[in-house]
Design a binder for this molecule. Structure first.
Ligand code: GLC
Length: 397
Protein backbone atom coordinates (compact mmCIF):
# COMPACT_ATOMS: atom_id res chain seq x y z
CA UNK A 1 0.00 0.00 0.00
CA UNK A 2 1.32 3.45 -0.88
CA UNK A 3 0.25 5.12 2.36
CA UNK A 4 1.08 8.66 1.33
CA UNK A 5 -0.98 8.39 -1.84
CA UNK A 6 -3.90 6.80 0.03
CA UNK A 7 -3.81 9.49 2.73
CA UNK A 8 -3.89 12.28 0.15
CA UNK A 9 -6.81 10.59 -1.59
CA UNK A 10 -8.72 10.10 1.66
CA UNK A 11 -8.21 13.64 2.95
CA UNK A 12 -9.43 15.01 -0.37
CA UNK A 13 -12.39 12.65 -0.47
CA UNK A 14 -13.42 13.70 3.05
CA UNK A 15 -12.98 17.41 2.36
CA UNK A 16 -16.07 19.57 2.57
CA UNK A 17 -16.88 23.21 2.02
CA UNK A 18 -19.76 25.00 3.73
CA UNK A 19 -20.46 28.72 4.20
CA UNK A 20 -17.08 29.57 2.74
CA UNK A 21 -15.25 27.29 5.20
CA UNK A 22 -13.19 24.29 4.24
CA UNK A 23 -12.76 21.35 6.62
CA UNK A 24 -12.36 17.57 6.64
CA UNK A 25 -14.88 15.10 8.04
CA UNK A 26 -13.43 12.10 9.93
CA UNK A 27 -15.59 9.69 7.90
CA UNK A 28 -18.08 10.61 5.19
CA UNK A 29 -20.84 8.20 6.18
CA UNK A 30 -20.25 7.81 9.92
CA UNK A 31 -19.01 11.21 11.08
CA UNK A 32 -20.16 13.81 8.53
CA UNK A 33 -19.26 16.88 10.64
CA UNK A 34 -16.17 18.68 11.81
CA UNK A 35 -14.63 17.43 15.07
CA UNK A 36 -12.13 19.34 17.20
CA UNK A 37 -9.18 17.04 17.76
CA UNK A 38 -9.78 15.27 14.46
CA UNK A 39 -9.30 18.60 12.68
CA UNK A 40 -6.05 19.13 14.59
CA UNK A 41 -4.85 15.72 13.36
CA UNK A 42 -5.89 16.66 9.82
CA UNK A 43 -3.98 19.95 10.05
CA UNK A 44 -0.86 18.16 11.30
CA UNK A 45 -0.93 15.88 8.26
CA UNK A 46 -2.08 18.45 5.70
CA UNK A 47 0.78 20.71 6.84
CA UNK A 48 3.16 18.31 5.10
CA UNK A 49 1.76 18.69 1.61
CA UNK A 50 -1.04 21.24 1.59
CA UNK A 51 -0.42 23.91 4.26
CA UNK A 52 -3.10 26.18 2.80
CA UNK A 53 -5.70 23.47 3.49
CA UNK A 54 -4.20 22.92 6.96
CA UNK A 55 -4.70 26.59 7.80
CA UNK A 56 -8.24 26.51 6.38
CA UNK A 57 -9.04 23.51 8.60
CA UNK A 58 -7.97 25.40 11.73
CA UNK A 59 -9.72 28.60 10.66
CA UNK A 60 -12.97 26.68 10.20
CA UNK A 61 -12.54 25.06 13.60
CA UNK A 62 -12.06 28.41 15.32
CA UNK A 63 -14.95 30.05 13.50
CA UNK A 64 -17.62 28.80 15.91
CA UNK A 65 -15.87 29.74 19.12
CA UNK A 66 -18.27 30.61 21.95
CA UNK A 67 -18.26 34.05 23.53
CA UNK A 68 -16.63 32.64 26.65
CA UNK A 69 -13.78 31.21 24.54
CA UNK A 70 -14.90 27.57 24.39
CA UNK A 71 -14.35 25.74 21.14
CA UNK A 72 -17.03 23.14 20.50
CA UNK A 73 -16.09 19.54 19.87
CA UNK A 74 -18.42 19.21 16.88
CA UNK A 75 -19.51 21.75 14.29
CA UNK A 76 -22.63 20.56 12.44
CA UNK A 77 -21.97 22.52 9.30
CA UNK A 78 -25.00 21.07 7.56
CA UNK A 79 -27.98 21.00 9.90
CA UNK A 80 -30.05 18.83 7.56
CA UNK A 81 -28.15 15.68 8.51
CA UNK A 82 -28.20 15.85 12.28
CA UNK A 83 -28.84 12.64 14.17
CA UNK A 84 -27.81 11.24 17.52
CA UNK A 85 -24.87 13.58 17.77
CA UNK A 86 -27.09 16.59 18.07
CA UNK A 87 -25.82 17.50 21.47
CA UNK A 88 -25.76 21.19 21.13
CA UNK A 89 -27.24 24.49 20.32
CA UNK A 90 -27.30 26.40 17.06
CA UNK A 91 -25.10 24.21 14.98
CA UNK A 92 -22.45 23.10 17.44
CA UNK A 93 -22.05 20.81 20.40
CA UNK A 94 -21.76 22.33 23.85
CA UNK A 95 -18.75 20.23 24.82
CA UNK A 96 -15.10 20.62 23.96
CA UNK A 97 -12.41 18.01 23.18
CA UNK A 98 -8.69 17.51 23.92
CA UNK A 99 -7.12 20.94 23.25
CA UNK A 100 -4.72 20.05 20.44
CA UNK A 101 -5.17 23.32 18.53
CA UNK A 102 -2.01 25.20 19.57
CA UNK A 103 0.12 22.13 18.87
CA UNK A 104 -1.48 21.74 15.42
CA UNK A 105 -1.06 25.44 14.61
CA UNK A 106 2.61 25.29 15.53
CA UNK A 107 3.12 22.18 13.41
CA UNK A 108 1.59 23.96 10.43
CA UNK A 109 3.86 26.92 11.05
CA UNK A 110 6.94 24.67 11.23
CA UNK A 111 6.20 23.26 7.79
CA UNK A 112 5.21 26.52 6.16
CA UNK A 113 6.04 29.55 8.31
CA UNK A 114 3.33 32.18 8.21
CA UNK A 115 3.46 34.63 11.09
CA UNK A 116 0.52 36.62 9.78
CA UNK A 117 -1.65 33.49 10.08
CA UNK A 118 -0.46 33.01 13.66
CA UNK A 119 -1.30 36.65 14.37
CA UNK A 120 -4.79 36.16 12.93
CA UNK A 121 -5.63 33.15 15.12
CA UNK A 122 -3.73 34.17 18.23
CA UNK A 123 -6.60 35.95 20.05
CA UNK A 124 -8.89 32.94 19.51
CA UNK A 125 -6.22 30.54 20.78
CA UNK A 126 -5.60 32.63 23.88
CA UNK A 127 -9.33 32.90 24.57
CA UNK A 128 -9.72 29.13 24.33
CA UNK A 129 -6.86 28.20 26.67
CA UNK A 130 -7.90 30.96 29.09
CA UNK A 131 -11.40 29.48 29.05
CA UNK A 132 -10.02 26.07 30.04
CA UNK A 133 -7.90 27.60 32.80
CA UNK A 134 -10.71 29.76 34.13
CA UNK A 135 -13.96 27.82 33.73
CA UNK A 136 -12.62 24.31 34.02
CA UNK A 137 -10.42 25.10 36.98
CA UNK A 138 -12.43 27.62 38.99
CA UNK A 139 -10.41 27.08 42.18
CA UNK A 140 -6.99 27.31 40.51
CA UNK A 141 -5.87 23.77 41.26
CA UNK A 142 -4.00 23.88 37.95
CA UNK A 143 -5.90 20.93 36.50
CA UNK A 144 -8.64 21.28 33.88
CA UNK A 145 -11.87 19.34 34.35
CA UNK A 146 -13.94 17.64 31.72
CA UNK A 147 -17.72 17.60 32.10
CA UNK A 148 -18.49 14.59 29.92
CA UNK A 149 -16.50 11.50 28.83
CA UNK A 150 -16.77 12.72 25.23
CA UNK A 151 -14.54 15.66 26.10
CA UNK A 152 -11.68 13.23 26.68
CA UNK A 153 -11.94 12.07 23.06
CA UNK A 154 -12.48 8.55 24.41
CA UNK A 155 -16.24 8.49 24.63
CA UNK A 156 -16.78 5.16 26.35
CA UNK A 157 -13.47 4.54 28.06
CA UNK A 158 -13.99 2.59 31.27
CA UNK A 159 -11.94 5.13 33.22
CA UNK A 160 -15.17 7.12 33.34
CA UNK A 161 -17.47 4.30 34.47
CA UNK A 162 -17.41 5.28 38.14
CA UNK A 163 -18.07 9.02 37.72
CA UNK A 164 -20.72 8.19 35.13
CA UNK A 165 -22.30 5.65 37.49
CA UNK A 166 -22.27 2.71 35.07
CA UNK A 167 -21.09 -0.88 35.30
CA UNK A 168 -18.08 -2.25 33.38
CA UNK A 169 -20.38 -4.41 31.30
CA UNK A 170 -22.74 -1.64 30.15
CA UNK A 171 -23.88 -1.75 26.51
CA UNK A 172 -22.93 0.95 24.00
CA UNK A 173 -26.50 2.10 23.77
CA UNK A 174 -26.98 2.56 27.51
CA UNK A 175 -23.62 4.26 27.73
CA UNK A 176 -24.55 6.78 25.07
CA UNK A 177 -27.87 7.45 26.79
CA UNK A 178 -26.02 8.27 30.02
CA UNK A 179 -23.75 10.75 28.29
CA UNK A 180 -26.66 12.46 26.59
CA UNK A 181 -28.46 12.65 29.95
CA UNK A 182 -25.42 14.42 31.31
CA UNK A 183 -25.62 17.03 28.57
CA UNK A 184 -29.26 17.66 29.37
CA UNK A 185 -28.41 18.20 33.03
CA UNK A 186 -25.59 20.56 32.15
CA UNK A 187 -27.84 22.45 29.79
CA UNK A 188 -30.36 22.87 32.61
CA UNK A 189 -27.68 24.45 34.75
CA UNK A 190 -26.58 26.62 31.87
CA UNK A 191 -23.10 25.07 31.82
CA UNK A 192 -22.13 26.81 35.01
CA UNK A 193 -18.93 25.02 36.00
CA UNK A 194 -18.33 26.35 39.44
CA UNK A 195 -21.77 25.91 40.98
CA UNK A 196 -23.55 23.27 38.99
CA UNK A 197 -21.78 21.08 36.44
CA UNK A 198 -19.27 19.82 38.92
CA UNK A 199 -22.08 18.03 40.78
CA UNK A 200 -22.70 15.68 37.84
CA UNK A 201 -19.40 14.77 36.25
CA UNK A 202 -16.18 16.57 37.08
CA UNK A 203 -13.11 14.62 36.06
CA UNK A 204 -9.49 15.68 35.84
CA UNK A 205 -8.39 13.44 33.01
CA UNK A 206 -4.79 12.35 32.49
CA UNK A 207 -4.85 12.51 28.68
CA UNK A 208 -6.71 15.83 28.55
CA UNK A 209 -4.32 17.51 31.01
CA UNK A 210 -1.25 15.99 29.35
CA UNK A 211 -2.41 17.46 26.07
CA UNK A 212 -3.07 20.78 27.79
CA UNK A 213 0.51 20.88 29.13
CA UNK A 214 2.05 20.25 25.73
CA UNK A 215 -0.32 22.70 24.05
CA UNK A 216 0.38 25.49 26.52
CA UNK A 217 4.05 25.02 25.70
CA UNK A 218 3.17 25.27 22.00
CA UNK A 219 1.10 28.36 22.74
CA UNK A 220 4.07 29.88 24.56
CA UNK A 221 6.17 29.32 21.43
CA UNK A 222 3.44 30.86 19.29
CA UNK A 223 3.37 33.84 21.69
CA UNK A 224 7.09 34.32 21.08
CA UNK A 225 6.54 34.15 17.31
CA UNK A 226 3.94 36.91 17.52
CA UNK A 227 6.32 38.78 19.80
CA UNK A 228 4.32 38.72 22.97
CA UNK A 229 7.03 38.10 25.57
CA UNK A 230 4.68 38.38 28.54
CA UNK A 231 2.33 35.68 27.22
CA UNK A 232 5.29 33.56 26.24
CA UNK A 233 6.42 33.51 29.86
CA UNK A 234 2.93 33.08 31.34
CA UNK A 235 1.86 30.14 29.16
CA UNK A 236 5.13 28.38 29.79
CA UNK A 237 4.62 28.85 33.50
CA UNK A 238 1.00 27.62 33.29
CA UNK A 239 2.14 24.44 31.54
CA UNK A 240 4.57 23.68 34.35
CA UNK A 241 1.95 24.42 37.03
CA UNK A 242 -0.27 21.76 35.46
CA UNK A 243 2.60 19.29 35.14
CA UNK A 244 3.34 19.75 38.86
CA UNK A 245 -0.31 19.42 39.86
CA UNK A 246 -0.63 16.22 37.82
CA UNK A 247 2.32 14.81 39.68
CA UNK A 248 0.82 15.74 43.07
CA UNK A 249 -2.75 14.63 42.46
CA UNK A 250 -2.56 11.86 39.89
CA UNK A 251 0.68 9.94 40.28
CA UNK A 252 0.70 6.67 42.24
CA UNK A 253 2.61 3.41 41.91
CA UNK A 254 4.48 4.54 38.83
CA UNK A 255 1.49 5.67 36.74
CA UNK A 256 -0.90 8.60 36.42
CA UNK A 257 -4.61 8.17 37.14
CA UNK A 258 -7.48 10.48 36.28
CA UNK A 259 -9.34 11.79 39.33
CA UNK A 260 -12.93 12.75 40.11
CA UNK A 261 -14.65 15.30 42.26
CA UNK A 262 -13.33 17.87 44.73
CA UNK A 263 -11.37 15.25 46.67
CA UNK A 264 -9.42 14.21 43.57
CA UNK A 265 -10.37 10.57 44.05
CA UNK A 266 -8.21 8.47 41.75
CA UNK A 267 -10.00 6.40 39.11
CA UNK A 268 -7.93 3.27 39.23
CA UNK A 269 -8.80 1.75 35.91
CA UNK A 270 -5.96 0.44 33.77
CA UNK A 271 -6.13 2.21 30.42
CA UNK A 272 -3.59 3.45 27.89
CA UNK A 273 -3.82 6.83 29.66
CA UNK A 274 -0.85 5.43 31.61
CA UNK A 275 1.28 6.03 28.50
CA UNK A 276 -0.09 9.42 27.51
CA UNK A 277 2.11 11.45 29.95
CA UNK A 278 5.12 10.31 27.90
CA UNK A 279 3.86 12.70 25.23
CA UNK A 280 4.51 15.71 27.48
CA UNK A 281 7.58 14.26 29.21
CA UNK A 282 5.86 13.95 32.59
CA UNK A 283 7.64 10.78 33.71
CA UNK A 284 11.28 10.72 34.76
CA UNK A 285 13.42 8.61 32.39
CA UNK A 286 13.40 5.72 34.88
CA UNK A 287 9.65 5.91 35.37
CA UNK A 288 9.14 6.04 31.62
CA UNK A 289 11.22 2.93 31.15
CA UNK A 290 9.29 1.14 33.88
CA UNK A 291 5.85 2.07 32.53
CA UNK A 292 6.85 0.83 29.07
CA UNK A 293 8.41 -2.41 30.31
CA UNK A 294 5.83 -3.29 32.95
CA UNK A 295 2.68 -2.15 31.19
CA UNK A 296 3.02 -1.31 27.48
CA UNK A 297 5.00 -4.43 26.66
CA UNK A 298 3.07 -6.74 28.96
CA UNK A 299 0.94 -9.19 26.90
CA UNK A 300 -1.30 -9.85 29.92
CA UNK A 301 -2.33 -6.21 30.07
CA UNK A 302 -1.66 -3.83 27.16
CA UNK A 303 0.46 -5.52 24.49
CA UNK A 304 -1.79 -6.99 21.80
CA UNK A 305 -0.28 -8.73 18.77
CA UNK A 306 -1.44 -5.92 16.47
CA UNK A 307 -1.43 -2.88 18.69
CA UNK A 308 -1.57 -1.37 22.15
CA UNK A 309 -4.89 -2.08 23.84
CA UNK A 310 -6.70 1.06 24.99
CA UNK A 311 -7.94 -0.85 28.03
CA UNK A 312 -5.96 -3.53 29.83
CA UNK A 313 -6.96 -7.11 29.14
CA UNK A 314 -7.25 -7.57 32.89
CA UNK A 315 -10.08 -5.07 33.24
CA UNK A 316 -13.58 -6.46 33.43
CA UNK A 317 -14.56 -3.85 30.86
CA UNK A 318 -12.11 -5.19 28.24
CA UNK A 319 -13.88 -5.66 24.88
CA UNK A 320 -11.49 -5.75 21.91
CA UNK A 321 -13.78 -7.19 19.30
CA UNK A 322 -16.84 -5.14 18.66
CA UNK A 323 -17.37 -1.57 17.57
CA UNK A 324 -19.82 -1.37 20.45
CA UNK A 325 -16.94 -1.22 22.84
CA UNK A 326 -14.50 0.92 20.97
CA UNK A 327 -12.41 2.55 23.72
CA UNK A 328 -12.78 -0.47 25.93
CA UNK A 329 -9.86 -2.28 24.38
CA UNK A 330 -9.57 -1.59 20.66
CA UNK A 331 -6.47 0.05 19.21
CA UNK A 332 -6.84 3.54 17.70
CA UNK A 333 -4.36 5.32 15.46
CA UNK A 334 -4.40 8.53 17.52
CA UNK A 335 -3.48 6.45 20.57
CA UNK A 336 -0.55 5.00 18.66
CA UNK A 337 0.47 8.47 17.47
CA UNK A 338 0.60 9.88 21.01
CA UNK A 339 2.53 6.85 22.23
CA UNK A 340 4.93 7.02 19.29
CA UNK A 341 5.87 10.63 20.08
CA UNK A 342 6.04 9.91 23.79
CA UNK A 343 8.52 7.08 23.21
CA UNK A 344 10.61 9.21 20.85
CA UNK A 345 10.74 11.94 23.43
CA UNK A 346 12.50 9.51 25.79
CA UNK A 347 14.80 8.18 23.10
CA UNK A 348 13.02 4.80 23.00
CA UNK A 349 13.47 4.64 19.25
CA UNK A 350 13.18 0.87 18.91
CA UNK A 351 9.86 0.79 20.76
CA UNK A 352 8.58 3.78 18.78
CA UNK A 353 9.54 2.09 15.52
CA UNK A 354 7.58 -0.97 16.59
CA UNK A 355 4.48 1.15 17.17
CA UNK A 356 4.90 2.65 13.72
CA UNK A 357 5.40 -0.76 12.12
CA UNK A 358 2.29 -2.10 13.83
CA UNK A 359 0.30 0.93 12.69
CA UNK A 360 1.38 0.38 9.09
CA UNK A 361 0.51 -3.29 9.37
CA UNK A 362 -2.98 -2.43 10.62
CA UNK A 363 -3.55 -0.09 7.68
CA UNK A 364 -2.33 -2.69 5.24
CA UNK A 365 -4.47 -5.41 6.75
CA UNK A 366 -7.67 -3.52 7.48
CA UNK A 367 -7.52 -0.17 5.71
CA UNK A 368 -8.60 3.16 7.14
CA UNK A 369 -10.88 1.72 9.81
CA UNK A 370 -11.98 3.64 12.86
CA UNK A 371 -10.31 1.23 15.28
CA UNK A 372 -8.82 -2.24 15.33
CA UNK A 373 -8.95 -5.44 17.29
CA UNK A 374 -5.51 -5.55 18.95
CA UNK A 375 -5.54 -9.35 18.96
CA UNK A 376 -6.49 -10.02 15.32
CA UNK A 377 -5.91 -6.74 13.49
CA UNK A 378 -9.49 -6.75 12.25
CA UNK A 379 -10.81 -3.23 11.62
CA UNK A 380 -14.21 -2.00 12.68
CA UNK A 381 -16.34 1.10 13.16
CA UNK A 382 -16.36 3.85 10.54
CA UNK A 383 -14.84 3.36 7.07
CA UNK A 384 -12.56 5.81 5.32
CA UNK A 385 -11.66 7.13 8.76
CA UNK A 386 -8.97 9.79 8.64
CA UNK A 387 -6.91 8.88 11.70
CA UNK A 388 -4.87 6.33 9.73
CA UNK A 389 -3.26 9.38 8.12
CA UNK A 390 -1.36 9.95 11.38
CA UNK A 391 1.04 7.20 10.34
CA UNK A 392 2.62 9.81 8.05
CA UNK A 393 3.52 11.79 11.14
CA UNK A 394 5.14 8.89 12.95
CA UNK A 395 8.55 10.30 12.15
CA UNK A 396 11.37 11.80 14.19
CA UNK A 397 10.88 15.51 14.92
C1 GLC B 1 -15.42 9.01 17.97
C2 GLC B 1 -14.14 9.16 18.80
C3 GLC B 1 -13.80 10.64 18.98
C4 GLC B 1 -13.73 11.30 17.61
C5 GLC B 1 -15.04 11.10 16.84
C6 GLC B 1 -14.96 11.61 15.42
O1 GLC B 1 -16.52 9.50 18.67
O2 GLC B 1 -14.29 8.54 20.03
O3 GLC B 1 -12.57 10.79 19.65
O4 GLC B 1 -13.43 12.66 17.73
O5 GLC B 1 -15.32 9.72 16.77
O6 GLC B 1 -13.95 10.97 14.73
Amino acid sequence: MNIEREVKRLLLENRRETDGHQYTVPSGDHYPYQWLWDSCFHAIILAKFEPVAARAELTALLSKQFENGMIPHIIYWRPGILHMFQWGVEGTSTLTQPPMIAYAALEVHKHDPDVSFLHSIYPALVAYYHYLERERDPHSHHLASIINPDESGEDNSPRFDVPLGVSPTISLHEHLAKRVELIDKNRECNFDAQHCMRDFFWVKDVLFNTILVENLRALSTIASLVQNAEDERLFKEDAEFIATAMRTRMFENGVYYSTMGPEFKKLKVETWAHFSPLFAGLYTPDEAKAVVENHMKNPDTFAGTYGVRTTSKREQAYRPHSENFSWRGATWMAEHWFIYHGLMRYGMVKEAEEIRAKSVRLLEKSGFSECFNPETGEGFGAHNFTWGSLVLDMIKK
